[in-house]
Each structure stands twice: as structure tokens, then as C-alpha cells.
Write a protein that binds this ligand. Structure first.
Ligand SMILES: [Cu+2]
Length: 146
């Protein structure tokens, strides 16, 4: 009789351990999945500075510096990392219109902007050196916040 009770306790203990271990496995997996989801949810946009050049029929060289891509989507109320890699052009001092965000993208360097827009709208990322056609521009990108 005593042996039977001991066996019962033994199997109960095994059952509790099994359930506990299963619960641990399930939750650690769920935590890992949640972790990878949160990494995927972190919005990241990559941009480069580029340059397009051509010659007119009379041999005159014309060029334009560009943010590439020139239009990007930014989710409203979310933290967004905007990475801009300087490829063409020595440096591009910039502002984001309607904000106090400014900086300079330099050749061979990555500039990272941590953005967090709370208002919808179209914000222009403007290189102040190449803002117009007559200054090798227009180097303007459109940030669509929605
Ligand atoms: Cu520029």
C-alpha cells in the first residue's frame, strides 16, 4: 500500500515536471517569436545620395544630385530609423522642412536619423546646397508621414 502511494506521488511529480517543462518551452519560444517580431516592426529606411549627369545637344554637361529613393513612407507615431549613405557629392547639408531636424551627409559616411513623427503630412528633406535646378538640384526627397 505504501509503495502504491509512493508510485502515485512519483508519477504526479513526473507529470508536474513535464507540464512545467512544456510550459517553459512554449513560453520561451513565444518570447523569441515576440522578440523577432519587434525587431521586424522597427521601421528602417535606407537612402543614398546619388548624381545623375548628361550632356545637352550643344555639349553642355548638366547634372543633378538626388536623394535615392526620392519618396519614402514613414509610419506616423512610430520610431523610424532613416539611414542615409553618402555616395555621390562631397557633402550635403540638409534640413527636414517643418521640423528642427538638420545635419550633413558626407561621402563614404552613413548618417542615421531617428525619426518620430506625430503629425501626418508630406515633409521635404532638402539639401540646402543643391536645393534648386540652378544649383545642381533639386535634391529634395518627400517623406510621406501617414
Ligand atoms: Cu546636396
Amino acid at each position: 500500500m505504501l509503495i502504491v502511494i509512493k508510485k502515485k506521488w512519483f508519477f504526479l511529480a513526473i507529470a508536474v515536471l513535464f507540464i512545467g517543462f512544456s510550459w517553459y518551452l512554449f513560453n520561451s519560444r513565444a518570447a523569441t517569436e515576440a522578440g523577432s517580431q519587434s525587431v521586424a516592426k522597427e521601421f528602417e529606411v535606407h537612402m543614398v545620395t546619388s548624381e545623375i549627369k548628361t550632356k545637352t545637344e550643344d555639349g553642355k554637361e548638366i547634372e543633378s544630385y538626388r536623394w535615392d529613393p526620392g519618396t519614402i513612407y514613414i509610419p506616423k507615431d512610430k520610431k523610424v530609423k532613416l539611414s542615409i549613405y553618402g555616395v555621390n557629392g562631397k557633402e550635403h547639408p540638409f534640413i527636414i522642412e517643418g521640423t528642427d531636424i538638420k545635419g550633413t551627409v558626407k561621402k563614404g559616411e552613413e548618417t542615421i536619423l531617428n525619426l518620430h513623427f506625430t503629425d501626418k503630412g508630406v515633409y521635404r528633406l532638402i539639401c540646402t546646397t543643391h536645393a534648386h535646378i540652378d544649383h545642381s538640384g533639386p535634391m529634395i526627397a518627400y517623406l510621406i508621414v501617414d
